[in-house]
Design a protein around this ligand. Structure first.
Ligand SMILES: O=C[C@H](O)[C@H](O)[C@H](O)COP(=O)(O)O
Length: 234
């Protein structure tokens, strides 16, 4: 199967197995999560799912969910009150102890807010995202308030981390996130402990959020190249 087909089947499985009528759900961002959004819309249209309220994790997801007619709420609305039953999202890397790296699409802040406030956090990936450890492969996105960029750069250098400021396409200069910030893509010289590094980076003044998702226990659905889907959790 092609990578796109794998993304679609794993996202469909997440919706079919974990989303029930009447639930409040978090809709993730990216080329895998978008298939989950489409599946929710399909089930709402056919009547298989009813009374769903969704919170989106990026402008991209919001636009797609609006287009498909999925009822949306803000995380602060009375209906949602800062909590969802299930959130479904993709990931850039999944380690053997189910620590994640996310934020390849710069949506890490809202994704974490939703995932860390979900009863169930379901991650959908194809098997190419599975790695033994994190920190040295996919660069870890760190969202930084622009005025703090030199401060954060110094602190990362003192941690012997290498980084680049992410540059976009269709615009000169840095990628600007949905929150008006910039992204440092950070690589470490050796693998890191996800929970420790997640806390440490967020302790740097000027860091808005980082792309380690290690302080949450996800259910990870992995699409294998033959189309089989494996469920990982601890
Ligand atoms: O900011 C973007 C997100 O964290 C995505 O969920 C992540 O980059 C995975 O995206 P994709 O499914 O397109 O590989």
């Amino acid at each position: 199967m092609t990578k796109d087909e794998l993304k679609k089947i794993v996202a469909y499985e997440a919706v079919d197995k974990f989303v029930k009528s009447g639930q409040k759900i978090g809709l993730g961002t990216g080329s895998t999560a978008i298939w989950a959004i489409r599946r929710v819309a399909e089930h709402l249209k056919s009547g298989k799912l009813k009374n769903i309220l969704a919170v989106t994790t990026s402008l991209e997801t919001e636009i797609e969910a609006e287009r498909l007619g999925i009822p949306l709420r803000s995380l602060n609305s009375n209906d949602i009150n800062g909590h969802v039953d299930v959130a479904i999202d993709g990931a850039d890397e999944v380690s053997s102890c189910l620590s994640l790296v996310k934020g390849g699409g710069a949506a890490l802040f809202m994704e974490k807010l939703v995932a860390y406030n979900a009863d169930k956090f379901v991650v959908v990936v194809d098997e190419s995202k599975l790695v033994p450890s994190i920190g040295t492969g996919f660069p870890v996105p760190v969202e930084v308030v622009p005025v703090a960029r030199a401060v954060v750069a110094r602190r990362l250098k003192s941690m012997r981390a290498d980084f680049t400021i992410r540059v976009g396409t269709g615009k000169c200069g840095p990628v600007i996130t949905d929150n008006g910030n910039i992204i440092f893509d950070v690589l470490f010289k050796t693998p890191v402990d996800g929970p420790d590094m997640e806390r440490l980076i967020n302790s740097i003044p000027g860091v808005y959020e980082n792309g380690f998702f290690s302080l949450v226990r996800p259910i990870v659905l992995v699409a294998k190249s033959d189309g089989a889907i494996e469920h990982l959790s601890d």
